[in-house]
Design a protein around this ligand. Structure first.
Ligand SMILES: [Zn+2]
Length: 393
């Protein structure tokens, strides 16, 4: 048995406990949580600051771990994707080393579970061994080309077979984004997944996506032409891109909408009517990196939307740390309560990925992992600057 104490324990699903104590068994399962006086005789490891449950990173691309610094900041999503599409030819050993390094970095920064987008199988062996639980989202796209749908399905069926489902790891098929998936490919994904599968889609990340769906014009059209493709099979709907996604996805299981920098209240309300088990994943540092624009969090809070946090890949971030995402939101949209942000970073992500029976809060019976952050806890008045998360257990 191990015992940990801090100035404040933040269980997330109940009130912070001043000088609280947590008892973990040798497998890391939480056996007991309470006040100092409930544990009079035991040997307790006491730290300054706060102890939180492990974080959930609801959106990452671990397979891009070797690509830090390759894209300039602030160039916009279409330039970013163009670069990704053209980048190849890295040594396999470099790719695998990057993946191992970033998996370790996330674990040390207190991340306990990851919703990970996969276009390849490179990450599978790392996930088999990692202490992090991975929900692998095998992500399909046929670039709106009906002629590519069949090959996409057969290629990605192989990726699905090879991805890790060891231990608590899970996997499902997911669509990439409205601007890259035909109705036929959506239909395959709906059919291939189990009823309880979690799905995810990149959503409303740039004005160019909006322009494509409203008018059939803009930089995405140019992007496709640059690849030698036409958009003859695509008809602009005159409605936001998310409407196209809702029309072709099935409202069962949990659905994660990722980025949402362009989402408006009406979009959020439409989604809540479509599937109450919808989650909105924000990756603020990646949004600043790529488009230099953040979502308007007030709209989501006004709609009682369930929010989660993600890092996206190291290709569009400065580090893979959920605590850094919280600090960024606090810096630019400080009205979001710290308590809410901690929920987004822990229990909401755990619920979204269906790991909430074991992760996301400090409750007896869970194995959430423990994160220590040295800071002076004053509730909403807490200063986050300079604070660094450290894995305790
Ligand atoms: Zn992404």
């Amino acid at each position: 048995m191990k015992y940990f104490s801090a100035d404040y324990i933040i269980p997330v699903t109940s009130e912070p406990i001043a000088n609280g104590v947590i008892q973990l068994n040798d497998e890391g399962r939480l056996v007991r949580i309470g006040k100092q006086e409930d544990f009079p005789t035991v040997d307790i490891q006491k730290v300054k600051g706060i102890i939180l449950p492990g974080f959930v990173n609801a959106h990452c691309h671990l397979e891009l771990s070797h690509m830090q610094g390759i894209c300039d900041t602030g160039t916009g999503l279409v330039s970013f994707i163009t670069k990704v599409v053209k980048l190849r030819d890295f040594e396999q050993e470099l790719i695998l080393e990057g993946i191992r390094q970033r998996d370790r970095e996330m674990y040390e920064a207190g991340i306990q579970a990851v919703g990970d987008i996969c276009n390849k199988t490179d990450t599978a062996s790392c996930k088999d061994e990692s202490p992090i639980h991975y929900y692998s989202f095998i992500e399909l796209f046929d670039l709106l080309q009906p002629g590519m749908t069949r090959d996409t399905i057969s290629n990605y069926s192989r990726v699905f077979e090879s991805q890790s489902d060891k231990g608590l790891n899970q996997k499902s098929f997911v669509p990439h984004a409205p601007y890259s998936v035909t109705p036929e490919l959506f239909a395959f994904i709906n059919e291939a997944n189990n009823a309880g599968s979690v799905t995810s889609i990149h959503n409303q990340e740039t004005p160019d996506e909006h322009e494509l769906f409203i008018n059939g014009t803009g930089r995405f059209k140019t992007f496709y032409e640059g690849l030698g493709m036409n958009l003859d099979a695509f008809k602009a709907t005159g409605k936001p891109s998310i409407d196209y996604a809702l029309e072709h996805m099935v409202p069962q299981g949990n659905t994660l909408f990722v980025h949402n920098t362009m989402s408006e209240k009406e979009d959020i309300q439409n989604v809540l009517r479509w599937n109450t088990n919808s989650y909105w994943v924000s990756c603020p540092n990646a949004n600043l990196y790529i488009e230099n624009r953040l979502p308007d969090y007030r709209q989501f809070m006004d709609c009682n939307a369930k929010m989660c946090l993600g890092t996206d890949s190291i290709m569009s971030n400065w580090q893979l740390s959920i605590w850094e995402e919280i600090k960024t939101i606090k810096k630019y949209q400080s009205y979001v309560p710290l308590e809410a942000l901690i929920e987004w970073a822990t229990i909401n992500g755990a619920e979204a990925l269906k790991y909430d029976n074991v992760l996301g809060s400090l409750e007896v019976g869970k194995s959430p992992g423990l994160v220590h952050i040295e800071l002076d806890w004053k509730g909403e008045e807490t200063q986050l600057e300079g604070s660094v998360p450290r894995r305790l257990a």
